[in-house]
Design a protein. Structure first.
Length: 267
């Protein structure tokens, strides 16, 4: 059983939902990332989604685009991201880490080389935004053979046929994008999320995580009532941007945000 599956099984037994914060590796500078990962776990994070900086993050809005730019200004590469995960694993062998990013850096490294290096570093899952199941027939088996869970996105426009196809190839959990548009979009409609999550549940036994539009403790708690996991990205990255150059303040601000979400979700 993978670390991701173990974590969801543990949470289910406890009657709790997963809190999954996202940060871009190397934002606002490389030395921030690993201490921040540990701080997020201490504040209640169950799984960490670690973004791989990319020059054309097409699924992301301005907040995460700018996070990628800050990281790339420090020349943070995919190999650097894997080194950060390996450093994180020196102190934390239990918290699952999912890499979120785009196919190009993986393609440049080589699919098999990446899968091997990621597994050795301690990565548990890979969410590659621009790798749909139809184009992953050669790639996904390499991930799975290395013990990496392939995680896919579903959207408000996903049909029942599409949901079934994606869930058949997914492992770990499926990630439902609650809004049309890019990361950082607003106007979260929890009733609509609940309806779509119900449709997805009818087609898979995998846990369902919901992201996009979760900004505070209240929205996290509302989504936790209908999903198995709450993914929060832009709200975290905004605090990094607002406190760039102040690592201790970044950790404090994000710890406060996540601990508030954790308390609201558990309440």
């Amino acid at each position: 059983m993978s670390r991701i599956a173990q974590r969801f099984a543990q949470l289910k037994a406890e009657g709790r939902k997963a809190l999954i914060p996202y940060v871009t590796a190397g934002d606002s500078e490389p030395g921030v990332t690993v201490p921040l990962m540990h701080a997020m776990v201490a504040a209640g994070a169950d799984i960490i989604e670690l973004g791989v900086p990319f020059s054309d993050p097409m699924a992301d809005g301005p907040v995460i685009q700018q996070a990628c730019e800050r990281a790339l200004a420090h020349h943070v590469s995919l190999r650097d991201v894997l080194a950060m995960v390996a450093e994180f694993r020196q102190r934390d062998s239990e918290t699952p880490v999912v890499l979120m990013g785009y196919l190009n850096p993986i393609e440049v490294m080589g699919y098999e080389a990446f899968a091997t290096a990621a597994a050795e570093a301690g990565v548990d899952g890979v969410l590659t935004v621009d790798l749909p199941p139809e184009e992953g027939e050669d790639v996904l088996p390499m991930f799975q053979q290395a013990g990496l869970d392939p995680i896919f996105l579903l959207s408000p426009t996903s049909t029942a046929e599409r949901i079934a196809k994606i869930c058949a190839m997914a492992h770990g959990f499926v990630y439902y994008v609650s809004l049309k548009g890019v990361t950082g979009a607003a106007n979260l409609d929890v009733a609509a999320v609940a309806d779509k999550v119900g449709q997805i549940r009818a087609l898979t036994d995998l846990p369902i995580g919901v992201g996009f539009g979760i900004r505070d403790a209240e929205s996290a708690a509302r989504v936790a009532q209908v999903a198995d996991a709450v993914v929060v990205g832009s709200a975290v990255v905004n605090r990094i941007a607002a406190n760039a150059g102040e690592p201790d303040r970044i950790k404090a601000e994000i710890s406060t945000l996540l601990s508030g979400m954790r308390a609201a979700m558990d309440g």
